[in-house]
Design a binder for this molecule. Structure first.
Ligand SMILES: Nc1ncnc2c1ncn2[C@@H]1O[C@H](COP(=O)(O)OP(=O)(O)OP(=O)(O)O)[C@@H](O)[C@H]1O
Ligand SMILES: [Mg+2]
Length: 308
């Protein structure tokens, strides 16, 4: 089974390779984002890709972009661009099909918009120490993985290196302005509530999730009629949304507070890496075929459950 570890859209300028996605900039207005099959665990990219993972993430993210467009406009220009774009450049090859999106380039906000519906990860750590998450006071006596009384907005800085840092809402407001911070908060909470309800009906708990927003710089496409869509200065949703890479997905049928939950997609990978006692220092070890296959099945299961 062919997997794509790295993309190569020849002729298009490569802006960056992230842990999972390769970003090209074909023009000042547009970016081309390719979700590869790389998988990371314990902060390292593994040498073994999961076939189709990038396609599945792209399908999930595109599904949500379409479904949430009534809440906020997003960056998608073409959810599955083909060779008709940039006809003068020989950039397209069929391996990109289904894992690539053409988007409007924005100025990304310097904060990440995290929403938590359950107590886990860095939220659980902070709560144990001081009863708060991102300085939001929570009721006493909550256990690990407990559902919060209400979803909360817990922004973080976007660290260029190392770990992102949780910040109080007030700090987010200082960084991007109070009005914009309030809009980001309200929109993120609305997106989370909408998606969490949809996912739960399909057996998936979205415990928490991260959104990124950007501001449009360039005016809307020349010739676009007034009111045709977002224009210069407008806030739009960017990056990927509500995927297992940007969120904690838990299988609803074995949810039980008071302990850590199995991850919907990465459980086999983490279990394997623990079992072989990898010290979690790079380089990460390769995965055996049965772990790859089981993980791939989990990604397919997620896309089928969510989008069917
Ligand atoms: N419409 C957009 N305008 C500008 N930047 C964008 C847009 N959509 C996504 N991005 C940026 O593209 C990058 C996507 O790459 P990727 O997700 O692989 O990197 P990352 O999540 O920042 O880092 P890593 O995956 O290495 O931890 C992110 O930096 C994201 O902010
Ligand atoms: Mg990312």
């Amino acid at each position: 089974m062919a997997a794509m570890f790295e993309s190569e859209a020849k002729g298009l300028p490569l802006l960056r390779r992230g842990k999972v996605r390769d970003v090209y900039q074909p023009s000042t207005e547009h970016l081309l984002i390719v979700a590869c099959d790389r998988i990371s665990a314990f902060d390292s990219v593994l040498p073994t890709p999961i076939p189709d993972k990038g396609r599945i993430l792209t399908q999930i993210s595109n599904f949500w972009f379409e479904k949430t467009a009534h809440i906020i406009p997003n960056h998608i220009v073409d959810p599955n661009p083909g060779p008709q774009w940039y006809p003068d450049i020989d950039w397209y090859y069929p391996d990109l099909d289904g894992r690539t999106v053409l988007v409007r380039a924005t100025q990304p906000l310097v904060i990440e918009a995290i929403v938590r519906g359950y107590l886990s990860g860095s939220g659980w750590k902070e709560y144990q120490k001081q009863g708060t998450v991102c300085s939001i006071q929570l009721p006493a006596g909550l256990t690990e993985s407990a559902q919060l009384p209400e979803p909360i907005f817990t922004p973080s800085t976007k660290a260029t290196s190392g770990h992102d840092e949780n910040i109080p809402f007030e700090t987010a407001a200082e960084l991007i302005g109070a009005d914009l911070a309030a809009k980001v908060r309200d929109t993120s909470l609305a997106l989370y509530k909408f998606a969490a309800e949809h996912a739960l009906e399909r057996g998936i708990i979205i415990a928490d999730t991260k959104f990124e927003f950007g501001l449009l710089g360039a005016p809307a496409a020349a010739g676009a009629p007034a009111g045709a869509g977002p224009g210069a200065g407008d806030l739009i949703l960017i990056d990927e949304i509500l995927t297992p890479d940007s969120s904690r997905f838990w299988p609803a049928d074995d949810y039980a507070p008071g302990r850590a939950q199995a991850s919907y997609d990465k459980q086999y990978v983490r279990d394997y890496l623990e079992a072989i006692k990898w010290n979690k220092e790079p380089p990460a070890p390769p995965l055996p075929p049965e772990v790859v296959e089981k993980t791939r099945e989990k990604y397919w299961e997620a896309v089928h459950r969510l989008t069917a």
